[in-house]
Every structure is written in C-alpha cells, then in structure tokens.
Design a binder for this molecule. Structure first.
Ligand code: F6R
Length: 241
C-alpha cells in the first residue's frame, strides 16, 4: 500500500489524476472503475484539462461505475449516470457505449445486479478502481456489516448515508432509499485500487481502514488485503495516522 499526502483538495486531485493518467497512457485499453461523490470531481476536471491539451486519449478506454441509485433514470440530474456524463464522460473522447453504470431503472434487483456482474466480466475485469470513502468506512454503497464476498447487489441505504447524500436532493424525502452497488468482491478483483479522501470527516475512516482490524464493520478495511492499493489524501484525512 502506498500513501501520498496532498497539501489540499487541488493537490490531491492533481496527484490522483496523475496516477489515473499513467494507467491510461500505459494501457490505452484500460477498464477504469469510477466513483461519484464530491471527492473525485477535481480529479475528473484535471483529466478533462489534460485531455483538452492533447495529453490523454480515452478513445479505447472502458469505464464501469461503482454504483447507481435504484429508481433514478439516466436523465435524472441526481442519477450517477447523469453525474458521470456531466463531470467527465461528456467532455472526453470516450465511446459512450463503452461506459457502464448499473441500470437503476431495472426494478428487478437480481436481474440488474447479475447483468452488471456479467458486464464487468465481459469487459475483462477492472484494471484500476477509483474509490472514495464514506465517513463510516463505506466503499461504493457497501455499508458497515456487508459481507465481503458479495458481488453486485441491491442495498438499503443507511440513515447516515441518506443524510450525507441529502445535500444533492431538494429534500431528504427525495433521496432514494436503495441502490445497486458493486460488492466488495468486485472491488477486490480490480488489479489496482486508487482511493482518494479529503477532509477531517474522513480521518477516522482512513485510520480504521488502514490500521484497524479487517472487519465488515469497516468495509474499506478489506483493502489491507489487496496487493496494489494507492491512497491519495490530504493532511486532514491523514491526521490520525
Ligand atoms: C460513490 C460512492 C461512495 C462515495 C463516498 C464518498 O460512487 O460509491 O462510496 O465514494 O460516499 O463520497 P464523497 O466523495 O462525496 O465524500
């Protein structure tokens, strides 16, 4: 495990974008596992900037996102598909048909999840998985207590995650209560993991994940067993280390 300390959000975004860029340049056909949330936005902006300068080519890249709210359509501005289009995919030369997000509109959870696992194996597995981390140590929508051996599955969001996500919705009642998410098994099968975290609200989760016991109560603690994890975080998020 390698940990890079960034000065601030901008520095973390730039360092993480550098690592992702290296992956894209070394293997232009990479399958990138992507995340939503506020942490990766700066990194995506940096990647777009380098693409516009002519330094990056996404034409042969495939992306698979971690998760999607159940019940939100791609054109709902709170869906993760919409987020990815707005924050990255619409601004680079990627084939849209090579970008995947779980199908939030499929009401049949079992079918939607099986379908997503099939897609991940069809594209040949994930070369580099980007992760943010929740204040409770969640990765994707894998909340504390989730079984490590799960693949894509439907989750009931916890009260704390619903509250944390409420900032993106008009009211807390509009926040979906379920989501489809890659499981820990999918995440751990990625060849490389890049986890980014900023702010003191992530400090305990980072500490517990890296130095605490490996336990489903802190989903990100499983990363201690992954052979190739890079963490890029700011001083606030690393303050307990
Ligand atoms: C997003 C995701 C979540 C977030 C996490 C941190 O696709 O799967 O696990 O990475 O909730 O979110 P932010 O970056 O908003 O603090």
């Amino acid at each position: 495990m390698v940990i890079y300390k960034g000065k601030d959000y901008k520095d973390v975004s730039r360092k993480a974008a550098n690592i992702m860029s290296a992956q894209i340049i070394m293997n232009p056909r990479s399958v990138l596992g992507l995340a939503t949330g506020s942490t990766p936005v700066g990194m995506y902006q940096q990647l777009i900037e380098w693409y516009k300068k002519g330094d990056l080519d996404f034409s042969k890249i495939t992306t698979v996102n971690l998760d999607e709210y159940k019940g939100l359509s791609p054109d709902n501005d709170q869906s993760y598909r919409y987020f990815m289009d707005q924050n990255l995919l619409n601004h680079i030369n990627i084939e849209k048909s090579h970008t995947y997000v779980p199908n939030g509109m499929d009401e049949d959870s079992e079918r939607a999840c099986k379908e997503y696992d099939k897609i991940i194996s069809m594209v040949g597995g994930i070369d580099m998985q980007l992760l943010g981390i929740g204040g409770n140590g969640h990765i994707g929508f894998n909340e504390p207590g989730v079984a490590f051996e799960k693949e894509t599955h439907c989750v009931n969001l916890t009260e704390s995650t619903i509250k944390a996500n409420a900032r993106f919705f008009k009211s807390i009642d509009d926040v979906p209560k379920q989501a489809y998410t890659m499981g820990i098994k999918n995440i751990m099968s990625a060849k490389k993991i890049l986890l980014i975290a900023t702010g003191s609200s992530k400090a305990k989760a980072i500490y517990d994940s890296l130095y605490g016991p490996i336990t489903p109560n802190v989903p990100a603690s499983i990363l201690q067993l992954h052979p190739d994890v890079t963490i890029v975080a700011d001083e606030d998020a690393l303050q307990l280390l």
